[in-house]
Design a protein around this ligand. Structure first.
Ligand code: DMJ
Length: 467
């Protein structure tokens, strides 16, 4: 357990009271029934993708048309979904999908892809499915992909360019961000361990170290950085989009690879995040848009990375990974308090927005593209506390998710959490992550051994199968 200040202790009792009331008001959750429900809904979404877009990257569930990210398919949804199919127990479907992937997926394509997205979704998906099945063809695909992505690291700083052409190796995109320069080590490191090719580990490790090295004198990182010059082009610091999973991978690389340097970078960084980004204490929140009080007193906002001065009091759906990360680190006091805040943000509109101002209670970006982070945190909180309150929280989220986002053929994001108007897109992470974390929350406690397994940021489980 980490240190907590006086203020933290004071408001935690309030947050705990809120949590208790919620737990008391919640009927006991029937986990077996919830698992059944999650599996049925996962299948509904998967079948919709299959019916309308099999072989393409993603389904557009309202128009029932398809989207390929780069004009030709790299089987985004099948690869991203494969380990979920296995984990949720759809063995036959998974085996058929695996055969399809192995026969049809080729990276010998003249397309310029985004290294970060391809790494977390495709490389991560291939590696976890390889570990689940032992099918060496998946590891060969991962190795081929890894080799084609390697040119991204050839910048003067060692931090990766954003894009690379899979056929020619041509790189582009010098203005990047910590999430894209620092969210690679779990996948490249695992690839190194499984193939014996240490270069993968070395390149991704250097990228995260070089990002850390450029932290400000007060220990924060900004939003955008030029990988050619190493200079920041946007000094806004936070735990949200473009930075979030940089912090996630500092801790997770320490856990998965027992990497002491990553552990030290994490310890140093997280202390600075608490110092400069946390807003804590009673009375933090204003009444929400529907006029109800938001009972939560720990939030993480934005500050300038050089001065530490608060710039925004906004959070959102992406930030909701943070309670789970704190729980993984053993910081359960903050994790519990922040999870209560995030759930309050969810409850404000019956589903969470992309950007929420916790001082004013205003929704500042109303979309909800079916993000998983809050469910992920609920899963970690339950695993590390065994408090049934988190099962009840998760069930509420599941019911809201189904109510507002289900369509006749699959699931659709929301244009606005206020109006609940839908948008014509189902990201592959719905099957890779959102349903997986719902499933794991309600599944038997030991389904995943969190001592040996780390989830990459796309929820692909990487198992420490090496010494
Ligand atoms: C996913 O692709 C990953 O979780 C990533 O880290 C953030 N964005 C989406 C889900 O919201």
């Amino acid at each position: 357990m980490k240190q907590s200040g006086f203020i933290l202790v004071a408001f935690l009792s309030l947050a705990a009271a809120v949590g208790q009331t919620f737990a008391q008001n919640s009927a006991k959750i029937d986990r077996v029934a919830a698992v059944k429900q999650v599996k049925a809904e996962f299948l509904h979404a998967w079948n919709g993708y299959k019916q309308y877009c099999w072989g393409h990257d993603d389904l557009k569930p309202l128009s029932k048309t398809c989207r390929d990210w780069y004009g030709q398919s790299i089987l985004m949804t099948p690869v991203d979904s494969l380990d979920s199919l296995y984990l949720l127990g759809f063995q036959d479907e998974a085996d058929k999908t695996r055969e399809y992937i192995v026969k049809n997926l080729s990276f010998d394509k003249d397309i310029s892809v985004q290294n970060f997205e391809i790494t977390i979704r495709i490389l991560g998906g291939l590696l976890s499915s390889y570990q689940m099945t032992g099918d060496k063809r998946l590891l060969d695909l991962a190795d081929d992909l890894g080799k084609r992505l390697l040119p991204v690291f050839e910048s003067p700083t060692g931090m990766p360019y954003k894009y690379v052409n899979l056929k020619t190796g041509k790189i582009s995109g010098a203005i990047s961000n910590p999430a894209e320069t620092g969210t690679l080590l779990i996948e490249f490191g695992t690839l190194a361990k499984l193939t014996g090719k240490t270069i993968y580990y070395e390149k991704a490790k250097r990228a995260i170290v070089e990002t850390y090295k450029r932290r400000s004198p007060i220990g924060l990182v900004g939003t955008n950085i030029n990988v050619d010059t190493g200079k920041w082009t946007n000094t806004d610091s936070h735990v949200s989009a473009e930075i979030d999973s940089y912090y996630e991978y500092l801790l997770k690389a320490a856990v998965l690879f027992n990497d002491k340097e990553c552990r030290d970078m994490w310890e140093d960084s997280i202390a600075k995040v608490h110092s400069y980004l946390a807003d804590e204490g009673p009375g933090m929140s204003k009444p929400n848009v529907q006029g109800r009080e938001v009972n939560a007193d720990l939030w993480y906002g934005h500050a300038d990375m050089n001065t530490g001065k608060r710039t925004e009091t906004t959070t959102g759906a992406l930030d909701a990974f943070f309670p789970g990360l704190l729980a993984l680190d053993g910081d359960l006091n903050r994790a519990r308090a922040l999870q209560d805040s995030m759930f309050a943000m969810w409850q404000a509109n019956g589903i969470e927005p992309e950007v929420y101002n916790y001082r004013t209670g205003k929704v500042e970006a109303a979309g909800y593209p079916l993000r998983p982070e809050i469910v992920e945190s609920t899963y970690y909180l339950y695993q590390f506390t065994k408090n049934p309150k988190y099962l009840a929280m998760g069930k509420q989220m599941l019911d809201d998710f189904i109510k507002h986002c289900r369509t006749d053929v699959a699931y659709a994001g929301l244009m606005s959490v206020v109006t609940k108007e839908k948008t014509d897109y189902m990201h592959s992470f719905v099957l890779a992550e959102t349903f997986k974390y719902f499933y794991l929350l309600f599944a038997p406690d030991k389904t995943i051994d969190l001592k040996r397994t780390v989830f990459n940021t796309e929820a692909h489980p990487m198992m420490r199968s090496w010494k």
